[in-house]
Design a protein around this ligand. Structure first.
Ligand code: ADP
Ligand code: MG
Length: 852
């Protein structure tokens, strides 16, 4: 006879799947309302009223079209399931699931196939937690060998630097080997491990006090074990009892190893979700540990105990003994590098106390705060993670400032003349940002500034004024663009903008006739060309300048942290202005660009008509075509973009070529051009030129970057397979239209039949604020995805969380900069421990983040 499952058990599979890896699959999970309703119906009377009410409240939100609303709702449902002791996987915060998931447990179901038989599948029992099979599946093995998640790097000297092996401590050799495989080598390393969860053993219930649906921990003796077969599976049952009653620990899919875990007559501490089945009380797949020392142990009982990620349950006890002893005997040996006044200002506990409480929280600890990494211990450690990164960047920023730079002439008169080169009056935001840039340029220290602004906010105009000031001071300007097309476009803008000053502008690219390229280089070297504009060619092949004073890097949609440093290293110490059109959330900007000063252009030039964005499912194509045709009939032009399919450039090209042909047929009589990455530069130039000169009505392009061009007459941006782009990318594309006064459109074609993709795309229709879209993207895809790659330069954080710890990060930056400003080499006695900790414990981390 099979046990009666928890009424909410059918939701476990879908929720697990939806939450996996920070909601990666959310878009593929649909129609959660129906199964929740069904579960509520089935659970009538069995569910706690509070749970029922809370779950009911989510019915209206869980399928919301707004992905943010939906994600939050799914997160709350998952929390409710967790509260019921059902295992739905990792936390819903922005930290990656890999880091908190329970490695030895069952793996997340593969994409597209939620566990539990799908959304409307048969009820399933809660997934077992960490079954210890005799033969481990490969995935589990891998997780077990994955490097341990440690806070920074433990001290290189002193008692904490002693290796585990040879410390003279009695340790299980198996555990020792496992620790070493995971990179935990010293006593200090053990202290720097971060628990994944905590188990509350302060109050142990009697069996008679247990309540169905609650996750609880109790101590009982093994009375009997029994193995049976049901539906081809081995079911293992152990009868556990205390003075008040008995309960069965059940393992579906048993194994011979279970017998050794439940030796008859042994006292165990058992933890899991209790339920009442048709044949009595049971606790399916509990976690167990020996409890013979219930009365005597100060380590394992009468307290909240840590559970470490990547270690099996039977190892937890031994590991806990190790961390307990290290914390007790050696935590005091660790120097707290933070000066006491700083700690006091920010309200942080001492490092030794934090590390001790991280493993062994105080008796009155708040379990929820612990698990959410919000305890005072976690906050202290999170601060350290954020602070040392900011300190590293502040030192670098200060170091650059102390180098001899160029003081440009930024007299009012000269600035006014530079501004007068613009064919329009600057916006308020442009004036404000220019004042910041020019103040930097006027100082004898090198400028190192980031200019953030949405596409079309007028960054190029700002750059032009800065360049004019530099040129008038007798220095050269280098402008680096991400693509040749953009470099050519900037060259045109700068040539016409600076024409009144009689300035020669050289276009330095990696392609084109060798003689022209050589001439451009020679003009820059001889100083004839006062402005050199180019792509990576500017830094790749060495180009000499006569007197380089200002470097402007237009990153557009890229986060080229690496290139930026390469150009800065070139020549003396020119002023550097990095422009990025990808609005990024504040916390990310501070983490990525903490060594820069940031200016923000948050106002669009006047006369813009907002772009109208519409999402079209594939079947609505005729309506979209009619709209395009209407715009073309008014004499406007259209861009059509195909996503870049990374695996296959050929496929990509076929897609676009075919798309261009199809469009040509659909828009009979219209001139359709094609631009793709495999064309030669002069071919690309020719196509771009004819589009700009209105000899083409429609430009079909394969990549995002190739369309980073300014064609004011274009009023329609069509994105094919829009679901394959991130929201921030779509925002970039959209910014390519709406540059003139005409009403413009952005039409997003959602491929396939996915309603969820369409729902995500609707965000684009709802807002045109790049910062709002970036926050959404961060929420939906996490920082790594938002920034494009893992090499984005974003350091990995173990305790800190960029989405949650905004205030803490701001404090960390403020404190770090204040210290470095006063003491640029950290030479004051009060700051020496900071320098030491930075070098000893954080250096490796900072290097990864591109600082150092
Ligand atoms: P970005 O580089 O930020 O994408 P641009 O500098 O290319 O933006 O400006 C976008 C468009 O707006 C250009 O056509 C530019 O001439 C125009 N523009 C910029 N600043 C102003 C302004 N203050 N008033 C009117 N038009 C402006
Ligand atoms: Mg621009």
């Amino acid at each position: 006879m099979s046990p009666k499952p928890h009424p909410l058990a059918p939701l476990v599979g879908p929720l697990r799947y939806a939450c996996a890896r920070n909601f990666e699959n959310l878009a593929r999970v649909k129609g959660l309302r129906a199964p929740i309703e069904a579960a509520l119906e089935k659970g009538k009377g069995a569910l706690a009223p509070a749970v029922e009410t809370a779950l009911r409240a989510e019915l209206g939100r869980v399928d919301a079209t707004d992905p943010g609303v939906r994600k939050a709702s799914v997160g709350r449902v998952a929390d409710l399931l967790r509260g019921e002791g059902l295992e739905v996987g990792s936390l819903s915060s922005s930290r990656g699931a890999e880091r908190q998931a329970d490695p030895p447990g069952p793996a997340t179901p593969p994409a597209g196939r939620p566990s539990g038989g799908g959304l409307r599948g048969a009820p399933v029992a809660p997934r077992p937690r960490k079954p210890r099979a005799p033969k481990k599946p490969a995935a589990t093995k891998e997780a077990e060998d994955a490097p341990a998640r440690m806070l920074s790097i433990s001290p290189a000297e002193g008692p904490l630097a002693r290796p585990l092996r040879g410390a003279g401590w009695r340790m299980n050799p198996q555990l020792l080997k496992h620790l070493e495989r995971k990179g935990v080598r010293t006593l200090g390393d053990a202290l720097f491990l971060v628990p994944r969860a905590y188990e509350d053993r302060r109050v142990l219930r009697h069996i008679a006090q247990l309540r169905a649906g609650e996750r609880s921990t109790f101590v009982a003796e093994v009375r009997a074990v029994d193995e049976s077969r049901g539906r081809g599976k081995r079911i293992f049952k152990a009868v556990l009892a205390d003075a008040s009653g008995s309960i069965a620990a059940t393992h579906y899919q048993g194994g011979s190893w279970l017998k050794s875990r439940y030796p008859i007559g042994r006292k165990l501490v058992v933890s899991g979700e209790v339920r009442q089945s048709t044949w009595g009380w049971e606790i399916p797949h509990p976690e167990t540990e020996p409890a013979d020392d219930l009365e005597t142990s100060a380590v394992h009982f009468k307290r909240v105990v840590p559970i470490y990620p990547g270690f099996e349950r039977h190892e937890q006890r031994q590991l806990r003994e190790l961390t307990f002893r290290v914390a007790k005997e050696l935590a005091g040996a660790i120097d707290d590098p933070l000066p006491p006044p700083l700690r006091e200002r920010v309200g942080l506990v001492g490092l030794a106390d934090a590390l001790t409480a991280l493993h062994f929280p105080a008796g009155n600890a708040d379990l929820e705060a612990l698990e959410a990494h919000r305890s005072s211990a976690h906050q202290r450690l999170a601060f350290d993670e954020l602070f040392f990164l900011q300190l590293g960047m502040a030192l670098k920023r200060q170091g650059l400032k102390r180098e001899a730079g160029i003081a440009f002439d930024v007299s009012a008169e000269r600035v006014a003349r530079a501004k007068s080169l613009l064919p329009f009056a600057p916006t308020g935001a442009q004036d404000r940002v220019l004042a910041q840039i020019l103040r930097d340029m006027g100082r004898p220290e090198p400028m190192n500034r980031l200019l953030q602004g949405d596409v079309g906010s007028g960054k190029t105009a700002v750059a032009l004024v800065a360049a004019a000031v530099a040129v008038e001071s007798g220095l050269q300007v280098a402008v680096m663009a991400p693509t040749e097309i953009l470099a050519a476009q900037h060259a045109r803008t700068f040539r016409s903008g600076l024409a009144a000053l009689g300035v020669e502008v050289a276009l330095v690219t990696g392609s084109g006739p060798a003689r022209e390229r050589a001439q451009a280089r020679e003009a820059a070297a001889a100083g004839r060309a006062r402005v050199a504009i180019g792509t990576h060619a500017l830094i790749q092949d060495p180009i000499a300048f006569e007197r380089l004073g200002l470097v402007i890097i237009d990153e557009q949609h890229r986060f080229g942290v690496i290139q930026r440093h390469a150009l800065m290293a070139k020549g003396a110490t020119p002023d550097v202005l990095v422009m990025t059109a990808t609005p990024i959330p504040r916390t990310l900007a501070m983490t990525l660009y903490g060594d820069l000063d940031v200016s923000i252009l948050d106002e669009l030039p006047p006369g813009r008509t907002p772009i109208e964005t519409r999402v079209f499912p594939a079947k609505a194509r005729p309506a979209a075509l009619a709209l395009i045709e209407g715009e073309l009939a008014k004499g406007h032009q259209a861009f059509v973009v195909y996503p870049l399919v990374e695996e296959s450039e050929k496929l990509d090209l076929a897609d676009a070529t075919q798309g261009a042909a199809q469009l040509g047929a659909e828009l009979a009589g219209r001139r359709v051009g094609l631009l793709h990455g495999r064309m030669k530069q002069d071919e690309k130039d020719a196509v771009m030129r004819s589009f700009r000169e209105k000899q083409l009505d429609v430009l079909v392009s394969t990549t995002v970057i190739e369309v980073g061009v300014d064609v004011p007459n274009a009023s329609v941006m069509v994105v094919e397979h829009a679901e394959r782009f991130g929201l921030s990318q779509l925002h970039q594309l959209r910014g390519r239209v709406g540059r003139g006064a005409a009403r413009s459109f952005c039409l997003l074609f959602a491929g396939g039949r996915s309603e969820d993709a369409q729902a995500r795309l609707e965000v684009m229709a709802q807002t045109t604020d790049g910062f709002v879209i970036a926050e959404k993207d961060l929420e939906l895809r996490g920082p790594g995805e938002l920034l494009g790659t893992r090499q984005s330069g974003l350091p990995e954080m173990v305790v800190a969380n960029l989405a949650r710890d905004q205030a803490l990060l701001a404090l960390a930056q403020e404190e770090a900069r204040a210290i470095v400003e006063r003491d640029p080499t950290l030479a004051e006695p009060a700051h020496r421990p900071l320098a030491k900790a930075l070098a000893e414990r954080w250096e490796g981390r900072l290097k990864l983040a591109g600082v150092g």
